[in-house]
Design a protein around this ligand. Structure first.
Ligand code: CU
Length: 288
């Protein structure tokens, strides 16, 4: 079933079947040579999106085979030679009801998992962490919002690691100098916006992309179920260096996350606004 769903996931036909023997494995967090299936989903919603995709591929395949079969049957059975005197039949109530009802049922069958998935994506559960991703031409900036436990309140930029600077384990065009670190099994609310033009934040293994629109705040959420590094890219053609603003999400254990946050709070800029005027004087007094 897994093999079949992967084959259908990538598309039908001889090419897929020929490639199937070579490599069925789909990359996790990054593409693999000869990969034909989508990258391994690492969140519950991404897994749901994948099974929805597989369902659609089965439906499309069955419908295509059925229609192609009908056309083939008509060509052989009713061509001029095989059927010199055509029937004058114009209506058949039973068939007309069937070809109305069956497509409706198919659409209902598609609508149920589709709306369930959409609902899952749109209704954001209470978040453990809120991260704002800001699209810039051409890099992503991230703000970890301060939470009650004081685990956030810093921001940093994530730039592409140039090919000549790649360290072992880093991926060409997909690795960033600063990763988006998140703990596993925690609800992360991701907000996206842009400082200039349209960008889009997307990581295949997380199963979504979210547009980053100047002047607007979009929201989505994810909960990663395993440790690992998951790469993505800007998904909106945003200009000259669109292909060079990758996304690297690193999912770690909670203890490791706490360690990283402690370091990040000293290493990165604070999200607290710099006070001015009398408030500045008060803040300075409080510090000294
Ligand atoms: Cu972009």
């Amino acid at each position: 079933m897994r093999v079949w769903s992967s084959i259908f996931g990538a598309g039908i036909g001889g090419l897929a079947l020929a490639a199937a023997g070579t490599a069925m494995a789909a990359g996790t967090g990054q593409p693999e040579p000869w990969q034909i299936a989508m990258q391994t989903p690492v969140t519950p919603l991404a897994a749901e999106a994948h099974s929805f995709h597989t369902l659609l591929m089965w439906l499309i395949t069955l419908i295509t085979v059925f229609v192609a079969g009908l056309i083939g049957y008509c060509m052989f059975r009713f061509n001029e030679k095989a059927n010199p005197t055509p029937s004058k039949t114009a209506h058949n109530t039973a068939i007309e009801i069937a070809w109305t009802v069956v497509p409706v049922l198919i659409l209902v069958l598609i609508a149920i998992p589709s709306f369930r998935l959409l609902r899952g994506q749109l209704i954001i559960p209470p978040a453990d962490i809120t991260i704002k991703a800001v699209g810039n031409s051409w890099f992503w900036g991230y703000e970890y919002q301060g939470d009650k436990e004081g685990k956030g309140g810093f921001k940093f930029d994530a730039n592409l690691v140039e090919e000549k600077d790649l360290k072992p384990g880093q991926v060409r065009l997909l690795s960033t100098d600063n990763d988006v670190v998140v703990p596993i099994n925690k609800v992360v609310r991701l907000q996206t916006t842009s400082a200039d033009v349209l960008h889009s934040w997307g990581v295949p293994s997380l199963g979504f992309t979210m547009d980053a629109v100047p002047g607007r705040l979009n929201e989505i959420w994810f909960k990663i179920d395993r440790e690992g590094v998951f790469h993505g890219q800007c998904r909106e053609l945003c200009g000259q260096r669109h292909a060079y603003m990758p996304i690297t999400v690193r999912a770690v254990s909670e203890a490791e996350y706490d360690k990283w946050v402690a370091e990040a709070r000293t290493k990165f800029a604070s999200t607290d606004p710099v006070p001015t005027g009398p408030a500045r004087k008060l803040a300075d007094a409080a510090r000294n």
